[in-house]
Design a protein around this ligand. Structure first.
Ligand code: BDR
Ligand code: CA
Length: 337
């Protein structure tokens, strides 16, 4: 809720996407959120597939009236490169879901974002859970929207280990220039990166309970979670906070909520521990491209002493997440109990 007791106005920009779908189910069901629009961008699958999946999820969630718009079909510079090997041929785990019964908005994503942000009586929280192409185009085309943006809470980047490359997370790697535009736009930012993203996992027993539900939205959440086996918690292992995955009893039916964690962080910011840190995106060709370089040094180094300070945006970077708290929040919201 906002300080005056009203639901927080949010817009999700997504590439639905199994875990984007989990995020949408959560957002439409949480009473503290007012989901004003959903915009679609190429990422996990092609943008037409993203639009179709998004409309289908909203119908299944019982929220068929939220405007949905088609956005960029490819990154600013590079070609689109899908993640179908993770999200299935249809981008939604190949669950055989029906086609949606309605069409997207008759305006594109950038126009819809502009319209909804400027029309909102309270500043909007933007939640991109996808490559940042639409957001960069919006900020460059209509910079006046920043006056009515409360904060951007984005799923993207990584402090420690990447997934698309050893150091780059998929959403930032897919369109690094777009991420750089967001990072230098001067809006307050929270980075919900891979370090916390991978940790919020729903136990198998809860996934089975959701899958057995009579209610279509909760059942869909269960089916989607069963398509998201928990990834080994590499970041925690590397920092010796957890035993190696091989020492932990496997829970093959457990599933990560992924992008939905970023929406949980909007509703319940105390569930993550953040630090305000300088963040920069590597735009260099080669092995670092798309890396988010998060400066956690306690004091300036030789580079700053000899070469001078560079302008870098400070970002609230999520370093820790209360896993049990977000799992409970997710399950209670999606099942309505
Ligand atoms: C991100 O990439 C996509 O596969 C997920 O939906 C998430 O947004 C994780 O790197
Ligand atoms: Ca996504």
């Amino acid at each position: 809720m906002t300080n005056d007791g009203q639901p927080i106005p949010v817009i999700i920009d997504c590439d639905t996407g199994v875990d984007d779908a989990l995020a949408l189910l959560f957002a439409v069901r949480h009473p503290g959120l007012d989901l004003r629009a959903v915009t679609c961008v190429a990422g996990n699958t092609d943008v037409d597939g993203v639009v179709r999946n998004t409309l289908t999820v909203l119908e299944r969630a019982g929220a068929p009236d939220i405007p949905v718009a088609r956005g960029a079909g490819r990154p600013l510079i590079e070609p689109a490169r899908s993640a179908r090997h993770v999200h299935g041929e249809d981008g939604m785990g190949d669950l055989g879901l029906p086609a949606p019964t309605r069409a997207p908005a008759d305006v594109g994503a950038i126009a819809l974002l502009r319209r909804e942000i400027l029309a909102s009586p309270r500043p909007v929280t933007l939640v991109p859970t996808a490559p940042l192409t639409n957001i960069a185009l919006l900020l460059r085309t209509h910079p006046e929207v920043t006056a009515n943006i409360e904060r951007v809470v984005f799923m993207g980047g990584a402090v420690a280990t990447g997934n698309a490359t050893p150091v780059a997370e998929f959403n930032v790697w897919h369109d690094p220039e777009a991420a750089a535009i967001l990072l230098t736009a001067g809006v307050p930012l929270t980075m919900y990166g891979l370090d916390v993203f991978q940790r919020v996992v729903v136990p198998g027993a809860d996934v089975r309970r959701l899958r057995a539900s009579e209610e279509p939205g909760a059942r869909l959440a269960g089916d989607l979670l069963s398509h998201r086996p928990a990834a080994p918690d590499l970041a925690a292992e590397l920092l010796s906070r957890r035993p190696p995955a091989s020492d932990v009893a496997p829970d093959p039916e457990a599933g990560g909520i992924g992008d939905a964690g970023a929406v949980c962080a909007v509703v319940d910011p105390a569930g993550i521990t953040t630090r305000l840190l300088p963040v920069e995106v590597s735009l260099a060709p080669g092995p670092t491209r798309g890396q988010t370089i998060v400066d956690r040094r306690p004091r300036p180094g030789e580079s700053e002493i000899h070469v001078g300070h560079r302008e870098q945006q400070l970002v609230d970077v999520a370093l820790e997440v209360d896993v049990d708290r977000f799992v409970k929040l997710y399950l209670e919201t999606v099942t309505g109990i």
